[in-house]
Write a protein that binds this ligand. Structure first.
Ligand SMILES: N[C@@H](CCC(=O)N[C@@H](CS)C(=O)NCC(=O)O)C(=O)O
Length: 212
């Protein structure tokens, strides 16, 4: 055990890209899955820096929260972060772009009014998602004609973040390529490329099956 601990609910949710990062970076960690009542105690202790999960405790006892920050931090530890600062900015741009898309996606689930929910859903799947996927495909194509990862030959946290959104939310944790990628052949191949990274594939096959 490396001594890292990841705290999250017993679901994939916002914690899953951190778990994928630990797997891809080949860093052992304790996958601590707190049910709601244990989370309430943990939150009340004041330890989680932003009062939310996921958060990690490092082997030195330091604590950091925010799923994107954790994903990047763990990838950096595993040399899955571009060395060039412009490439790192590009990886951040892609990761932040995925976060924006995820926030749009969440609106569907937060809306209680069924009529409004249908409208938001239609807008997301009919307009927002395809428009953003087109941009992601163009970014992928800009390196090696899209035959590798977002920053070229090597997997980095941007690939993990993008893949997690597709796998975790659009494919609901199944290995299947999401149907929403139908018109984006380079993104289909990218999805398969990330899925076939041995450590990622191994984690996906063995991870607990949960609804979310
Ligand atoms: N932007 C944060 C969002 C974290 C977040 O919303 N965490 C939720 C679960 S997904 C949480 O801890 N909810 C329980 C609470 O706030 O008490 C991230 O990506 O880590």
């Amino acid at each position: 055990m490396s001594g890292y601990k990841l705290f999250y609910f017993p679901v994939r949710g916002a914690g899953e890209k951190c778990r994928l990062a630990f797997a891809a970076a080949k860093i052992d960690y304790e996958d601590i899955r707190l049910p709601a009542e244990e989370w309430a105690k943990e939150k009340a202790s004041g330890r989680p820096p932003l009062g939310q999960m996921p958060f990690i405790v490092t082997p030195e006892g330091k604590i950091v929260a925010q799923s994107g920050t954790i994903t990047k931090y763990i990838c950096k530890k595993g040399a899955l972060c571009p060395a060039d600062s412009f490439d790192e900015a590009t990886a951040d741009m892609i990761s932040d772009g995925v976060t924006d898309l995820f926030q749009q996606y969440c609106k569907i689930y937060f809306e209680k009014d069924e009529t409004k929910k249908d409208e938001i859903k239609k807008e997301f799947y009919g307009t927002t998602l395809p428009a953003r996927l087109e941009k992601f495909e163009a970014l992928l194509k800009s390196r090696d004609e899209g035959k590798g990862f977002f920053l070229g030959e090597k997997l980095c946290y941007a690939d993990i973040t993008f893949f997690d959104f597709l796998n975790n939310f659009l494919s609901r944790g199944k290995e299947d390529v999401p149907g929403e990628l139908e018109k984006f052949p380079l993104l289909v191949e990218h999805y398969k490329r990330v899925l076939n990274v041995p450590e990622i594939s191994e984690w996906i096959k063995k991870r607990p099956v949960t609804e979310f």
